[in-house]
Design a protein around this ligand. Sequence first.
Ligand SMILES: Cc1ncc(C[n+]2csc(CCOP(=O)(O)OP(=O)(O)O)c2C)c(N)n1
Ligand code: SF4
Length: 295
Amino acid sequence: MGKEKIKICDEFYDIMPPEYRELVDSATYGKEGRGWKDVGIAKELIEEHSLCAGCPESIAFRYVMACLPNPEDTVMVGSTGCTSLVFPHVAVHNIHSLFGNQNAVASGLKRALAYRFPGKVKDVVVLAGDGATVDIGLDMTLQSWFRQEKFLTICFDNELYANTGGQESGLMQKGFVSKMAPAGKKFDKVRLPEIAEESGCHYVATLTVSKPNRVEKAIRQGILIAREVGPTYIQLYTPCILEIGKQAMEGLQEMRDSEGPNERFAFKEYISEEAKAYLASLEKEKKPAAIPSQA
Ligand SMILES: Cc1ncc(C[n+]2csc(CCOP(=O)(O)OP(=O)(O)O)c2C)c(N)n1
Ligand code: SF4
């Protein structure tokens, strides 16, 4: 949604619903310097959602939306799961793909956009749960990285299949017992960030969504590097508070507890040499889409 696309003509301005006028007047799209700080102010950054109350996926989604460097020319590709409940509320072009197929769909889409709009920046961002990314969609995820497809893959890692009641996923912790996996997970959490690095991703980050500055920087870097260099991957811990038995207000603390230096979501970042050189060139040119400096 761009400001030009939602502009209200002067003749109708006074009869438009106040909510719509507010949406248009306070829209951040097209503005320089937009970012996570706009969450809670701008309606297009997901005012309402149909996730469980307090689900960390909702704030993660808002940060992603607020941090897209080029929202009007971005297409998001989603997959079935709790994440897909938010897409109907998202003011960005988006495609719902068959469960697990998201990276295959994004590959074709990115190539088609490059062909159809030569010389224009069109970003593609995949956003899916761990079941879709690591289990059922792993083949499509890996093959897109092997082919060096130029888009960012974001995994909302809640360490299980939340939307279907809590089945075991490859990203579940060893020993964890969920409603639909009563025997407990028998092996360690699959190390997808390491696999992403070995599979040709040029930027890989693992983090929770407890620190918005850090999330913003990761999302921007992931998109800019994917645009020019090659595939990128971000794994965000968005705990399913329902499955781990937490209250709506306890998601943030759960993320803080899981990101200590020796915890499984300690902040980790990998940047390939090619991507480092590209980021340095952006910094030198001081491009408007530059990355925020605070980590
Ligand atoms: C092809 C296909 N297989 C299976 C399903 C059933 N299904 C719907 S949501 C879901 C789990 C999603 O888990 P995950 O990707 O981890 O996302 P979450 O709900 O945890 O955010 C499954 C297996 C489906 N809809 N389509
Ligand atoms: S089931 Fe879990 S992941 Fe899904 S919306 Fe509820 S809290 Fe969030």
